[in-house]
Write a protein that binds this ligand. Structure first.
Ligand SMILES: Nc1nc2c(ncn2[C@@H]2O[C@H](COP(=O)(O)OP(=O)(O)OP(=O)(O)O)[C@@H](O)[C@H]2O)c(=O)[nH]1
Ligand SMILES: [Mg+2]
Length: 311
């Protein structure tokens, strides 16, 4: 009852304001002021009108919801070839219900709350690139705040394409021969990531994920714990012994440069692009990266969050 009464008073007020404005425009001789009034009064009336007209208001919020700007939703997309550790990272970040299956079958959407922020993690099947380049739903696309290219350095097949299922099999195969052999095997896996994506693939990915909201791009080099093990076994070439992290990052320099080109050519600037070493198994650097994304999202909210407080 009371809201309806208020609305009637509001409409009466609106009519009075409109009459007064038209009357004041006629009174004022200065054409600049007339223009100023003409420019400001209609939008003010429109805003008040929308605020008090349920249907219009709902429509407006639906539109804003659809744009992905109003909901506090920080979406992270994991991109990487089969076995690079995407699902393991989802598990490490403690997203609930991460399936413990050997290979992800279809796009998996994991969600959890960080206070009032909904964090969504998109994990797709490494073998099937189209799950993100073609099938990814518009709502997810527009909400992607961080994209993570997850790569690794440890081969999952030997030279005859026999799968190396376990860590022991991988280390034992890598340890065969001299350090140059080991390096060659590691290098094959490193190169396979660039080949997997290729320039055309990266173009498709950036076309899909590009939005006003995409602010962070990472290359995360996973399975660093296995590099440590190889180092302890003296199986790495000399240049890897000291400053292993930097040398490993250097091995991905071409890939980094290629992605950097795409980051720079975005319509909306990517605030942060970086390459880091992680180990999902030991948790090395994983939490640091996660909190960096959330922190950056909170900063982003400070600028764009006003839209979220309109309701
Ligand atoms: N040692 C070691 N093994 C890891 C690490 N991260 C992942 N793995 C192993 O790598 C294998 C593949 O990991 P997944 O998380 O299933 O890889 P994925 O990228 O989700 O693979 P797809 O779903 O096929 O695309 C599993 O056996 C993991 O245990 C790591 O940091 N260290
Ligand atoms: Mg998986």
């Amino acid at each position: 009852m009371i809201p309806n009464m208020l609305r009637i008073f509001f409409y009466i007020g609106l009519v009075i304001i409109t009459i007064l404005s038209i009357w004041s425009i006629n009174l004022v001789k200065n054409p600049n002021i007339v223009q100023l009034l003409a420019a400001f009064i209609p939008p003010i009336i429109l805003v008040i009108f929308i605020e008090y007209t349920q249907k219009l208001r709902d429509k407006l919020y639906k539109f804003i919801d659809g744009s992905g700007l109003r909901s506090k939703n920080c979406t992270i997309l994991l991109i990487g070839c089969a076995g690079s550790g995407k699902s393991s990272l989802a598990h490490c970040w403690q997203f609930p219900n991460v399936a413990h299956i050997t290979s992800t079958e279809s796009l998996q959407v994991y969600t959890k709350k960080e206070k009032d922020i909904n964090v969504t993690l998109l994990d797709y099947r490494g073998q099937d690139f189209t799950q993100i380049t073609i099938d990814l739903n518009n709502n997810y696309r527009q909400n992607i705040f961080a994209a993570i290219f997850l790569v690794d350095i440890i081969p999952r097949e030997d030279e005859n394409n026999n799968p190396l299922f376990t860590e022991e099999q991988q280390l034992s195969w890598l340890s065969k021969g001299d350090t140059d052999d080991t390096y060659r095997k590691l290098k094959n896996r490193i190169n396979s990531h660039s080949l997997f994506f290729g320039t055309a693939g990266l173009q498709c990915i950036f076309h899909v994920i590009s939005s006003l909201k995409l602010r962070q791009v990472f290359i995360l080099i996973n399975k660093y714990d296995l590099m440590e093990k190889l180092r302890q076994k003296n199986k790495l070439p000399n240049e890897f012994i000291y400053n292993t992290e930097e040398v490993v990052k250097k091995e991905f320099l071409d890939f980094k440069n290629e992605i950097n080109k795409f980051c720079k050519s975005q319509d909306y600037p990517i605030k942060n692009f970086e390459i880091d070493i992680i180990s999902v198994k030991t948790g090395e650097n994983t939490n640091k990266i996660y909190h960096k994304i959330i922190q950056e999202y909170k900063e982003w909210l400070k600028i764009y969050g006003w839209i979220e407080h309109m309701r």
